[in-house]
Design a protein. Structure first.
Length: 319
């Protein structure tokens, strides 16, 4: 059975209480993103202020000289480059936060160095490629009356979780796996996200201050939803193949791709000898050859000598 939205929210709040360092790592990442956003907004304000100083309000809009158009084009390209440059930081950092949320949801330790997870090796370019490709595909699907774009947004919602869980996957593989896992779960994810609407309104009422406590819980809740969805998928595959999936911890046996999934110990996985020991003995046991010979020797009667016969023989010899 799938977990309800209330149970997933409870997991989010519980993990935050148990792992104080998780909240600290998330707060550090939020402050870093806030500084980047403020820097980006400040540069945009500076650019538009320069444009406003060079713009003549008494000039007819269609009458402009070549120098003004070049300046406007240069500033527009600068804004585009700044937006693209922020992507080189936000996408890997998002992958790092997803990895941290997965670790917290599974009860694992979280450290500040985990913020560099998305910037290491090929994960850096994969996160950027996944972010750009998802945005382009969602924008293209949104041209079809918006509804298909919303559907694709939910289908691609777990792509970063898949990539964080399996860095060996490619961009398209992570997106396809997200679509496969989200089959039949899009409504559940919408219900889980909608269940946070009360907390979001409280965050708005507190001018975003409460968001510092709510957002880490939301991220752990999303990671728990991913673990729950993968667990149900693995159990379905195990039942079809005749295997049994351990159910002691729902956040450990989560993926059929993971090479780090725990392997049952010898105590959990009975050996052939143990299975043979558990067999009931048969009603009639066949004795071995030595046992049969020894029992026959014991059961064979030994002839006893009669004293009267001995005396008769002696008398016969004397006669």
């Amino acid at each position: 059975m799938y977990k309800s939205a209330k149970e997933l929210r409870g997991i989010g709040w519980k993990r935050i209480r148990e792992h104080n360092n998780y909240w600290g790592v998330c707060l550090l990442s939020y402050l870093f993103l806030l500084l980047m956003e403020l820097l980006y907004i400040g540069i945009l304000i500076l650019i538009f202020s320069r444009l406003y100083k060079q713009w003549d309000p008494y000039q007819y809009p269609f009458e402009y000289n070549t120098s003004d158009s070049k300046i406007l084009l240069g500033y527009s390209m600068l804004c585009s480059l700044l937006a693209f440059a922020t992507l080189f930081v936000t996408a890997p950092l998002q992958l790092s936060l997803v990895k941290i949320s997965l670790s917290a949801a599974r009860g694992q330790k979280v450290a500040v160095k985990d913020l560099l997870f998305g910037f290491q090796g090929g994960k850096f370019w994969k996160s950027i490629g996944l972010s750009i490709s998802n945005s382009i595909l969602i924008a293209l699907w949104s041209f079809l009356l918006i509804i298909p774009g919303i559907v694709k947004t939910f289908e691609y919602a777990l792509s970063f979780y898949v990539l964080a869980d399996h860095p060996e996957m490619g961009v398209n593989e992570a997106r396809q796996e997200s679509m496969r896992v989200m089959t039949g779960n899009k409504g559940r994810l919408f219900g889980v996200e909608l269940s946070w609407i009360g907390w979001i309104l409280l965050c708005v009422a507190t001018f975003g201050i409460l968001m510092l406590w709510v957002m880490p819980a939301v991220q752990v809740c999303s990671a728990a939803f991913y673990c729950d969805a993968r667990l149900e998928d693995v159990e379905g595959g195990a039942k079809a193949s005749g295997m049994q999936t351990p159910k002691s911890d729902p956040f450990q046996y989560f993926s059929r791709y993971s090479s780090s999934a725990p392997v049952p110990s010898k105590a959990q996985a009975p050996s052939e000898n143990a299975a043979a020991d558990n067999k009931e003995p048969s009603a009639v046991e066949t004795p071995t050859q030595n046992e049969a010979l020894s029992s026959a020797a014991i059961q064979t009667p030994v002839p006893r000598s009669d004293p009267d016969d001995g005396e008769n023989e002696e008398n016969g010899e004397q006669n």
